[in-house]
Write a protein that binds this ligand. Sequence first.
Ligand SMILES: NC(=O)c1ccc[n+]([C@@H]2O[C@H](COP(=O)([O-])OP(=O)(O)OC[C@H]3O[C@@H](n4cnc5c(N)ncnc54)[C@H](OP(=O)(O)O)[C@@H]3O)[C@@H](O)[C@H]2O)c1
Length: 308
Amino acid sequence: MTATPMIGKPVADAIVAKVVADVAYLKETYDVVPQLRVIQVGTDASSEVYLQNKIKSFSKIGIQVRPHTFESSVSAAEIEDLVSALSEDRSVHGIMIGLPLPAHIENATGAARGKFDIFDRIHQFKDVDGVSRHSTAELYRGQLERLTFLPSTALAVSRMLKFYGVETTGKRVVVVGRNDITGKPIHHMLGGRMGNATVSWCHRFTPKETHDDLTRAADIVITCVGSARYQLKADVLRSGSTVIDVGTRVDKNGNLIGDVHFDDVKHVAAFLTPVPRGVGPVTVACLMENVVRATRFCVGEDVRGYQL
Ligand SMILES: NC(=O)c1ccc[n+]([C@@H]2O[C@H](COP(=O)([O-])OP(=O)(O)OC[C@H]3O[C@@H](n4cnc5c(N)ncnc54)[C@H](OP(=O)(O)O)[C@@H]3O)[C@@H](O)[C@H]2O)c1
């Protein structure tokens, strides 16, 4: 078997075409240009690649992106203050926090202020990555027709599955990784009423034998790890499965690397996303869609609900 490569471009192109029309509509109707603010802390190579690509591709279609950069020693409270100000600023439509944040913010426990305090300062109609208290509650409830924002990576995975005709209802899915904008929302979308699959969740504390048993039985495996210590190979997969590689990292030669050994897995899987050119471009397109959506909320339109 040689897997059908799930190339992101045709999926992204269809989303971007709609975004371009919406950008023109916003300009014509309200004289508004969508404006995204990105908060970037420290210098993580993978996030930096993502940010630069974003600024370039967004400006091409008429969405302005402005980064706010902090040293990695910044406190959560300082970021909270900026996010509150941006949430109040009527000229700003979307707010996005570059993840992961430094460990003292990302992993803060107890009374220490951390990432969730920052996420909760994002105005519900500007939360383009769907991380605030408001968005996560809606994701948990899973009423597609009422959703304000779905995280763009999870939305991208869902759109890729649909475009390539991969059924999720009744299927066994394994999601590897459980963080806020990737594994966690993907788990809720596919395992909840938006996907109707039976979903297992793996993370750093999942014993390797348990992980391998689950992936060997899975119809769909979605990896969201991005660590050199994790690699998915054909020996732990079922023949004919679908493998979605979300995780990315930059190796010492500057190449973008996924979680999946593509050349090995392509002989076993029926559908497989490459890295690069897989989920990444669709995530960017879904983020554009969410920024336009945020802008429409900000001009007073009620655009709740998603079509997957
Ligand atoms: N392609 C795209 O469009 C796109 C978009 C966004 C992000 N990404 C990439 O996706 C990856 C994940 O993003 P993130 O923000 O969720 O990263 P993250 O915060 O670093 O989370 C990584 C997750 O992987 C788990 N993990 C780490 N080592 C593992 C192992 N050996 N076995 C199983 N699970 C393991 C962690 O488990 P614990 O919870 O136990 O720590 C954690 O849940 C990153 O590489 C990021 O660059 C790609």
